[in-house]
Design a protein around this ligand. Structure first.
Ligand code: DHB
Ligand code: FE
Length: 292
């Protein structure tokens, strides 16, 4: 056995397969309230307008690029594969959600939002600030202190605001969607103190790669695209009487920041962590919530 084979063997049990993470993401999409709205009442006219426009756009691409029968049948097979792997939540959140979010954000004030992605799980540990996110004894990664304040649009502190935070580990994998990671790892709901302040100790996440062994990965490879998202923290920040902000924070100078496959970065959402003598990096961010 070559060294490479042995490495493969060691890595395989920890590697998220597209089918496993896809199935989990599909189940989560169907059951978690945060993705609700799928049953919203929509008028016949609205369905007609949007569905017709989608079909027209597809027809226009076929005509413009003279798409052939073999290409049409390959696309049909690929679409079926995406469903069979349960990858629709992954595919749509990576390639489409940002456009929906940009429409929604036009009417919003306060901290910028960005995509939710497929890996949110509700019901995590409730932690008072200062908090430490649940992690494994052997958790690898640079220690990170994420700290700041939550205020309203006038700068008044919001005591008892909540930061529902989740992020990938140092392999770019999320608990609940990859094998071998305990439930709730690197996830938590942290409440602000009387001054609206929060302090969250965790580790820095690694960049996230779209699973390469499924149909979404196959498309990315076939098209020669990047499969990467820059390292990020996911957050739902809310307070009673205020609109909950769905957002992500990135790291200045981080890999893939300029070519996020999900097109979900915004200049306002980049952290500038400062190195401390203890080896922990400290990143500050203040959130501003508008009234609901
Ligand atoms: C996807 C994964 C993420 O971690 C994220 O933030 C957005 C999208 C995805 O695989 O679809
Ligand atoms: Fe993510």
């Amino acid at each position: 056995m070559s060294t490479l084979d042995r490495t493969d063997e060691l890595v395989t049990p920890l590697t998220a397969t597209a089918a496993a993470s896809g199935a989990q993401a599909s189940a989560s999409f169907r059951t978690n309230e945060v993705y609700s709205g799928a049953t919203a009442d929509v008028s016949t006219e609205r369905v007609h307008t949007v569905a017709r426009a989608v079909l027209k756009a597809v027809h226009a691409v076929i005509e413009e690029h003279e798409v052939s029968y073999p290409e049409f049948q390959a696309a049909k097979k690929w679409l079926m594969d995406v469903g069979e792997f349960g990858e629709w939540p992954l595919f749509l959140d990576v390639f489409v959600e940002h456009a929906v979010e940009e429409v929604a954000s036009k009417a919003q004030h306060g901290t910028k939002g960005t995509i939710l992605g497929p890996y949110y799980l509700p019901g995590q540990a409730q932690l008072a600030s200062p908090a430490t996110l649940p992690s494994r004894a052997e958790e690898v990664g640079t220690p990170l202190l994420f700290t700041g304040r939550v205020t309203d649009l006038d700068g008044n502190p919001l005591a008892g605001a909540t930061l529902d935070i989740w992020h990938a580990d140092s392999d770019g994998l999320y608990s609940g969607f990859a094998p071998g990671i305990p439930d709730g790892n690197l996830r938590g709901v942290v409440s602000t103190d009387a001054d609206g302040r929060f302090e969250i100790h965790t580790i820095e996440p690694a960049p996230y790669q779209i699973p390469t062994d499924g149909p979404t990965g196959a498309l990315i490879r076939a098209a020669g695209w990047s499969a990467w998202r820059p390292a990020h923290l996911h957050l739902l920040v809310g307070a009673p009487g205020h609109r909950t902000v769905t957002t992500q924070l990135y790291f200045a100078g981080g890999e893939h920041l300029e070519n996020d496959v999900a097109e979900a970065t915004k200049p306002e959402l980049v952290l500038n962590p400062v190195q401390t003598p203890s080896g922990e990096r400290v990143a500050e961010y203040d959130f501003v919530l508008e009234r609901a």
